[in-house]
Design a protein around this ligand. Structure first.
Ligand code: TRP
Length: 373
């Protein structure tokens, strides 16, 4: 395991809540310490899905119990590839906040805030831009993969190219040492670590804090079509807010083992998305193993396995859906949480920005007559 990654095991949602396993680089004493800060976030380009839950939301639920956690709605980052449609980003801020609250993010324990409302983040980005080479950016694996996926070719928006640097600003503004994210984000944390080291070395200080990524052992939930990743644009995601009948339809149509044609045929469990989902959400491991054996032997139809999955997913989503519906009736309450959180986050980012500028020797103020000689 790379030194900047911590894993939290998560076999199923229930065990996930109370059965957290910290990687070997985490001391026992750390669990009780409140000194560590967690920062994480999501781009508000659509509602959150099961992949978000498995990849990072469940870790955040756990982390909020022990640490000061900031959860950022990354609207400015979402604009780096949605500049033509800010209203889509704006609309999804509330959707994402509803998802957070519905799964159990507790505003008393976690601070939810809006990225674009913190100008300090953009100022930090401007200073960090000078500490990263263009070549390094071009080779960031996440950015490379996204450029391909979005089909930008040579026409990549400059803001999109540099978003890993703005992500470093997000993380360092809070001096976060823990960053729960999906596995696709690991190169971002690595790049942040490099910026932290470069900054502290260049300005001979220890103002910035090196982050560690926290990923889950079920690192990625495939799409319902069997593709590597759930995504809104591929229409292969089960959203936390999907109504019951939509979930049923999506699971009914799910991709399984293409060679499992007749019920009698032996089937493959490994890499079969239906079983990947069951592994992530089914709490009855013992009977799940029996189902897997039966499927491998042959004689168990896909529709039966899907029925089991549907039950498991509905049981998981029903309370989330209910809470989300309740909360969505009171948007003022949700906005109040976000704006209070943003106010708190603003003060923290401001303090770090001042320290950063002081470390760089550029903390001038027009009104207190700094001697510039
Ligand atoms: N890039 C992240 C994503 O797409 C969102 C994000 C923005 C983020 N800033 C962050 C995540 C800082 C963790 C820390 O999911």
């Amino acid at each position: 395991m790379s030194c900047f990654i911590k894993k939290i095991a998560q076999q199923n949602p229930h065990e996930m809540y109370d059965n957290v396993f910290y990687g070997d680089n985490m001391m026992d004493s750390d669990k009780d310490s409140n000194s560590k800060i967690v920062l994480t976030g999501d781009r508000p380009t659509g509602p959150l899905h099961l992949g978000h839950f498995v990849g990072s939301l469940n870790n955040r639920l756990k982390l909020q119990e022990s640490y000061q956690q900031y959860i950022m709605i990354a609207d400015a980052q979402a604009l780096t590839d949605n500049a033509d449609d800010p209203s889509k980003v704006r609309k999804n801020i509330l959707e994402v906040a509803l998802d957070y609250l519905a799964v159990g993010i507790d505003p008393e324990k976690s601070t939810i805030f809006i990225q674009s409302m913190l100008p300090q983040l953009f100022e930090l980005t401007a200073y960090y831009l000078n500490l990263v080479t263009w070549n390094r950016l071009k080779h960031n694996p996440t950015v490379k993969a996204e450029i391909l996926q979005k089909g930008y070719g040579e026409s990549v928006p400059a803001g999109f190219m540099v978003y890993p640097i703005s992500q470093a600003a997000d993380i360092t503004a809070f001096k976060a040492s823990l960053v729960p994210v999906g596995e696709d984000q690991l190169p971002m944390i690595e790049q942040t670590t490099e910026i932290v080291r470069k900054f502290n070395r260049t300005y001979n200080c220890d103002v910035l804090v090196e982050p560690e990524a926290i990923t889950s052992s079920v690192t990625r939930l495939p799409g319902t079509d069997g593709r590597a990743k759930m995504s809104k644009s591929l229409n292969n995601a089960v959203f936390l807010s999907d109504p019951e009948d939509v979930v049923a339809e999506k699971i009914k149509k799910m991709y399984t083992d293409p060679n499992h044609i007749r019920v009698e045929d032996p089937g493959t469990v490994e890499g079969n998305p239906v079983f990947t989902y069951l592994d992530a959400f089914d709490t009855d491991k013992e009977s799940l193993e029996a189902v897997k054996d039966h499927y491998r032997r042959g004689g168990l139809g896909d529709s039966k396995v899907k029925m089991r999955l549907l039950d498991v997913i509905q049981a998981f989503l029903t309370p989330i859906r209910k809470k989300r519906e309740e909360l969505s009736k009171d948007p003022d309450y949700v906005m109040d949480i976000i704006f209070k959180g943003t106010e708190k986050a603003f003060a923290v980012a401001e303090k770090t920005l001042t320290e950063v500028k002081e470390a760089m020797g550029i903390n001038y103020h027009a009104n207190n007559k700094v001697d510039l000689r």
